[in-house]
Structure formats: C-alpha cells, structure tokens
Design a binder for this molecule. Sequence first.
Ligand code: XIL
Length: 361
Amino acid sequence: MTAVGAGLVSCKDLFTNDTSITVSNASVADGTSSSLKDAARRVKKFYGSAISERDIEQDKAYANLISRECSVATTEGAFKWVVIEPSPGQFNFAPADKSINFCAANNIKLRGHTLVWHMARPDWLAYPPKLSDVERHFTAILGRYRNNKTLYSWDIVNEVVADSDKEAEDQNGLRKGVKIEYVRDVFQIAAAIDNTKEFVINDFGCEDAGWKQDKYLNLVKYLKKNDVKLDAVGLQAHMWFSKNYTWNATAFRNFLKQLKGVGVKPIITELDVIIDTPLPNTLAELDTMVADGYKRFLDVCFTEGIDTIITWGLSDKYSWLRHPDYMPKKLAGYKNFIRPLPYDDKLQPKLARKAILESFN
Ligand code: XIL
C-alpha cells in the first residue's frame, strides 16, 4: 500500500480529474432498482439528505435525485441564525419556505436545522445568545411553522459539547460559555411555543468510545431528568475510516443502548464517510472503503433499531467537505479523494449507494 498521506509517493490516480470509475459504476448499476427511500420504507425506516434551496433551484437533476431517494430531509442552511434573522427582528423566511415547499411537493418530511449554534451567527448576536434573543427568535420561527405538516423536527441546539476535556469549561463538558442550565432553558423556551414537533439536540464525534460520548450522554440524562422535551438525540456521524485504525463499533452500540435507556431516540443526522490518510492508490479502492464504512456503520445502527438515516448531501459534488472552509487540512491536496456520499460528481450512483441500499435490505 503506497503511503501517500505524507506525500511520500504519488501515483497517477491521485491527480486524475477523471471521477468516473468504471468498476464502481458498473458494479453499482445493478443496485439502482429500488430507491433508497423505498428500501428504507419497506423496513419502516426513513432515508434522506441535507438539502440546500440553492442547489435544488440551480440543479434540476440533483433536485430530481433528492425527490427520488429521500423521504426525509434537513435544511443545510435555511434555519441558521445568520440566514433567518440577519438583523434583530428582521426575519428572512424565503430559504426556509423554498425548502418546505420543495419538500411538500415531493412528499418529503423536513427537519429544521439548527436554531442555536455557535457558527453561522450574525455579527450582532452574542454566543450563547441571550435568552431574550432566543425567545424572540423562537417565537417567530417555531410559531410560524407550528401548524406546518412538512416540518416535523427541530435541531434546537447544535454542538454544545466540547471536543475534549481541554476545551471543556466545566465538569459537564460544555464549551463556549454554554452552561447545562442554559441548554435546559433554551429547550423550555421552545416547548412553550410549540411542543408538537420532534425536539432534537445534535452533535458530532460521539460515534466512537471516548470523553465526548460520555459527556453527551450525561447532558442527555440531565435534560431528561429536568423534564426537558427532548425527543431524539442527533448523531451527526461524520465518520472517518482508515486502514490504520478501527472504529469501536461495540462502544457505539453500547452508547445507543444507553441513549434508548434514558428514553430518547438516537437518529443519524449528517452521515458521510471520509477516508483518512494514508489514502489508497485509486479512487476505486477509496470508493470500496467508503462503501465498507457505510455498511459497517449502518449495520450497527439498524441492529440497534435506528430508523432515521440522513446523509449530509447526496452527491460528492455538493459535500461540505469539498469546500475550502471545511475541507480537512490533510486532504487539501487530494480533493478528488473526498467522495463521502452515495452519488459522485456526475450524479452517478457509487458503491456507497449500493451499501446503503443493502443495509436497508
Ligand atoms: C455545514 C454546511 O454543510 C455548509 O454548507 C455550511 O457552509 C457550514 O455548515 N455540522 C453541522 C452542519 O451541524 O450545520 C454543518 O453544515 C456541518 C457540520
């Protein structure tokens, strides 16, 4: 195996721009008979993707793919504070309404993401937002969509648990000024406005054993103990796989059992599969590793009864990990090896799609 992570040896595939791999396209072609949403529905599950109203509008082929494959979806940006309340009391519901109208027309149920997050914030907004700002924000947004039948679930709070004890500001493992009582208060403000939707807390990096998984579980237990309306726990599942380390599937399985044990439903909210360095020599090998990652992850999810799987996009073409702001530094030179989603840049199905389909089947 050529160690390319350190750039020791490069091979022709690393620099080819050709993303159409005959092996994977040929071998997945037979896997496209059923849509992912139908395969999911047959086992009483839901499959979907993040959607951006911009991509849906500008790329009709992509919009059709979302419509064909998804029974659920999550707004990629429409409900983020900087988009929906760019200045105090000034609301821009257009992106959200476009997403909702698209989903309603395509029989897709929509998740609103995300109401309180330290990123995608307007300059005028403190973090954590003052509870008076939260009250105004939630009254306008939750109130507007309270009776909307397409929007069924809210990511109320996103990514409040620190990445490690070094970043944590208290024994609860929270960060950036957020206290555990604040999280409780934010959920209670939301429930006072609309307690009819699914309320979710969402975070990343909790799919493997470790400090963050423990702190996230403690936060969930605290919220439930304090009678907070918390219906589901969102696991973003930006999964990294590599030849050099193994994912602790057993720890993840135990974590899911513990979440269910405290009366909350784990859901997979932003799934994608990134292959870590040292990278394989060819895109075909990479796609096989990505597909294997989906299969291993989903097998644990489904044996533990998870019923909602949302990937953070459908096509590598629109993956957030391709964007310079979010592209992992170590993969910066290998952008065409960032192939984390079921469809490639040309909207062709990949081995990853076949793996997802087989997991449902
Ligand atoms: C990302 C979007 O995909 C990008 O388009 C945007 O520029 C930044 O945010 N965790 C989250 C998501 O909860 O909101 C992030 O989405 C990806 C990481």
